[in-house]
Design a protein around this ligand. Sequence first.
Ligand code: CLF
Ligand code: SF4
Length: 276
Amino acid sequence: MKSLNAADQIEIMSKHPCFSEEAHVRVGRVHLPIAPRCNIHCNFCERNVCAALAIRHPGWTSKLLSVTEAVDLVRSIMRSRQAVNTFVVGVAGPGDPLANEETFEAISQIHNEYPHLLKCVSTNGLLLEDRLQRVIDIGIRALTVTINAADSRIGKSIYSWVRYRGIAYRGEEAASLLLAKQFNGIRQAVDAGLTIKVNTVLIPGINDSSMPELARRIKEAGGAIMNIMPLVPSGKMRDLPSPTCDELRRARLECERIIPQFHLCQQCRADIIHLL
Ligand code: CLF
Ligand code: SF4
């Protein structure tokens, strides 16, 4: 595995809008909705295509783009906004970016044309180990892995199933496989020089009491920063409550003693275009 250099990591921690709160207010984000398929089922997930553009909801997009349309979108933004602030090009759904070849094709083309733009994916991490070299080859230096459970006992309440190499897993076995893949993937990505953020959905009554334990595991694996986000009640968890502001603040405070926290997450749609 090729190893990246420390300068890449320093640049990401200062220039990426989701790794640096200072960069968040001056660097834009453009998500390419090119990844419809997913290989796991999170119980809070609700993907939606043709959703009204005004509604903010992770996993929602007004439409899916082809690879050509996605690359053209970036070209047109570059043509029209050359003189203003830069932006990061990300793939964050509607499904898992690493489970969709379109992610690799589009980001690779964009990297060839615009090597200076930061590229990013937000993945559930199941395929991170297997696809790590390809992730690096297409110019990605920072990525987000969403991990919602400190152990498989908690994970079995969050994940209905995991499909890996053609086999479907359920219950605690599914959560155990996913967690092993997520943490091994992070360790290998960090060893290769990538900078990793972990997103965690805070689910009252399910994973809230284990946030510090999860933060410790993320730190031990080499994650740089953690982003705890409130549950948006939907899917099989549509009847659960969102955490209150106090509960969210408390979870972030507890975990901040262990690993830096990102506080400005907007829980972006899969098609967000936020230019500054
Ligand atoms: Fe997009 Fe995610 Fe990359 Fe950022 S979003 S793929 S890491 S470029 Fe950022 Fe949006 Fe929060 Fe994500 S504010 S949902 S943390
Ligand atoms: Fe939905 Fe993302 Fe979970 Fe896949 S990984 S089921 S797209 S929330």
